[in-house]
Design a protein around this ligand. Structure first.
Ligand code: CUA
Length: 348
């Protein structure tokens, strides 16, 4: 700042100083409003749909309210100090004795009270979070680079990247990782749970009502970390039971010529080296189980919508769609690709 402008600031009238403070406050309110609006557009942990996410959101709002009150107090004190500065020959501020009391109250007592309140609320929330209830359903989730294996041990169903569960029920998830550390996170239902190779972690998920809730790997795990999404589909008991019984069915042979040719191409090419389609001789497990792949809303762990065009794109140009993924791009002539896609689309 040049000496001239410094002098200009020093001679600002109290009225102009007041209007500067007002402008500063307006900016802060505008930024806070923008941040809140941006968050409300996508699945947000501040729009909780289950008990675990509710606890996190409640704690967040209490912390935001306390932090807001402290911030406001500091701004008011700052404004007071700026507007009532000491001038030569005049003493506005309290004397040294009450100054010490002020520092003790604001610098020691207030932080101790605020932090103690926040710590006890956090401990209570953690205790509630780790309290276990009898599980209505058990699901095993294994995180891989870069997809989610989902097993229903009680019914033998295996699927990927889409976790169906009955709404309003206690669901126990035991999570593991096959390669590196991943993190299971569904902002509207549950906070982040790190999944560490060789260490099974058990936690509860409950969705209060039917709906589709987006999940995402929340621990950087390599090139395609951002394309490691999944969804939780919460359904009524009847819809969930119907889904589970459909998923338990093996591949049903189709009379359609293209599907039969597609199955043969699937078994003869590299596909069967990594994937399982129950009811066929393909039973490898290094890639997602594809027995009902066409019933899922997305392919490639949330990368593409499930459409015939995207199946063709995924198979023939995998490494452009999701560079680095453990699946090679497969060159097939158009007729073979068409038949393979017909087979994949039939896996409902
Ligand atoms: Cu898995 Cu990030």
């Amino acid at each position: 700042m040049s000496p001239a402008s410094r002098a200009r600031v020093m001679v600002l009238s109290p009225r102009r100083r007041g209007s500067r403070l007002k402008r500063l406050l307006h900016w802060q309110v505008a930024v806070a409003t923008l941040a809140t609006t941006a968050c409300s557009g996508s699945p947000s942990s501040l729009d909780p749909k289950g008990p675990s996410a509710n606890r996190i959101a409640d704690l967040w709002w209490i912390m935001a309210a306390i932090a807001g009150a402290v911030f406001l107090l500091v701004v008011v004190l700052l404004a007071y100090a700026l507007l009532h500065r000491r001038r030569p020959g005049k003493t506005h501020f309290p004397g040294p004795a009450s100054g010490h009391a002020f520092i003790l109250a604001g610098g020691v007592v207030l932080p101790v009270v605020v932090l103690s309140v926040l710590m006890s609320l956090t401990i209570k929330s953690l205790r509630d979070e780790t309290a276990s209830h009898p599980a209505d359903l058990q699901i095993k989730v294994v995180a891989h680079d870069w997809w989610w294996e989902v097993q229903y041990p009680q019914s033998g169903v295996v699927t990927a990247n889409e976790i169906h569960l009955p709404a309003g029920r206690h669901v126990e998830i035991s999570g593991d990782a096959a390669d590196v550390i991943h993190s299971f996170w569904v902002p509207q239902l549950i906070g982040k749970h790190d999944l560490i190779p060789g260490q099974t972690r058990t936690f509860e998920v409950q969705a209060d009502s039917p709906g589709v809730y987006r999940g995402q790997c929340a621990e950087y795990c390599g090139l395609q970390h951002a394309h490691m999404a999944f969804v939780i589909v919460a359904e009524s008991d009847a819809d969930f039971a119907e889904w589970l019984s459909r998923q338990a069915q093996p591949f049903a042979a189709s009379a359609e010529g293209a599907v039969q040719r597609g199955l043969q191409i699937f078994l003869d090419s590299t596909c069967a080296a990594c994937h399982t389609v129950r009811g066929t001789s393909a039973n490898a497990t290094s890639g997602p189980d594809l027995t009902h792949v066409a019933s899922r809303s997305k392919i490639g762990a949330g990368t593409l919508e499930t459409t015939p065009e995207n199946f063709a794109r995924w198979v023939s140009d995998t490494q452009s769609v999701k560079p680095g993924v453990n699946m090679p791009s497969t060159a097939l002539d158009p007729a073979a690709l068409h038949a393979l896609v017909a087979f994949l689309v039939s896996l409902k």
